[in-house]
Design a protein around this ligand. Structure first.
Ligand code: CA
Length: 228
């Protein structure tokens, strides 16, 4: 049975989500304070976290950041206030896997939880063979690190997931839609340029830095990493 932690200080929402998740057969834990939520994640290792942004004592973005800095890869679904675009961007940049805007339909949250848990399982299977290599580039799926020769390269979680996905499919052209599905877990209809933005970030950090053309554009399709 998957264990899900809900970090949310609004009692009504927390209680409502708790009941729905229990009904779906999950084991549910509640924290109504940021620090308590962080402690739970670090010590109890839940399978998934539903994390509100605005919380007493420590906000959701700080929690996310701290959790990732500790190398914990638990899926995190962020709950953000309506229209707060900065929270969404910051949340994703700091390692959240997904977000929901309040007020949300519970069915949608349940669907995203299922996707995130499935994604986690496939990631854990991949960890049996945790290193991917391409020339001087080594991606360690277990430690969540990327090295070029001996240099450690700091990537955000989305950048890492995108790079790892292309490497796992080496020599295959991967469409932007497929990348969105895999890395962002679902379709952002009409927002495929988010992929281009993240490819640009990775190129700045690796290709440009080491004068090595790793991520190649496949015109009209998407991207590829291929052997020379
Ligand atoms: Ca709140």
């Amino acid at each position: 049975m998957s264990q899900i932690l809900i970090v949310e200080d609004e009692r009504k929402i927390a209680r409502f989500v708790e009941l729905e998740l229990k009904h779906e057969g999950y084991q549910v834990f509640l924290a109504d304070d940021g620090k308590a939520g962080l402690d739970f994640i670090l010590n109890q290792k839940p399978d998934l976290v539903v994390l509100d942004v605005m919380l007493p004592s420590m906000n959701g973005i700080e929690i996310c950041k701290t959790v990732r800095e500790q190398g914990i890869t638990v899926p995190i679904i962020m709950l953000t206030a309506k229209d707060d675009v900065m929270d969404k961007v910051e949340g994703l940049d700091n390692g959240a896997d997904d977000y929901m805007t309040k007020p949300f339909a519970i069915e949608e949250l349940l669907a995203r939880i299922r996707v995130a848990l499935k994604h986690k399982d496939s990631h854990e299977t991949a960890q049996k063979n945790p290193c991917l290599q391409h020339g001087n580039l080594i991606v360690d799926l277990d430690k969540y690190t990327v090295k070029y020769k001996e240099d450690l390269i700091a990537l955000t979680k989305k950048e890492f997931d995108l790079l790892a996905f292309l490497l796992k499919n080496k020599n295959k052209a991967i469409s932007r839609d497929a990348i969105l599905n895999e890395v962002w877990n679902y379709d952002y209809v009409g927002e495929t340029n988010v992929v281009d933005v993240y490819v640009r970030y990775i190129r700045q950090k690796i290709d440009d830095q080491y004068h090595d053309k790793i991520l190649q554009t496949v015109r009209g399709v998407g991207y590829i990493i291929k052997d020379e």
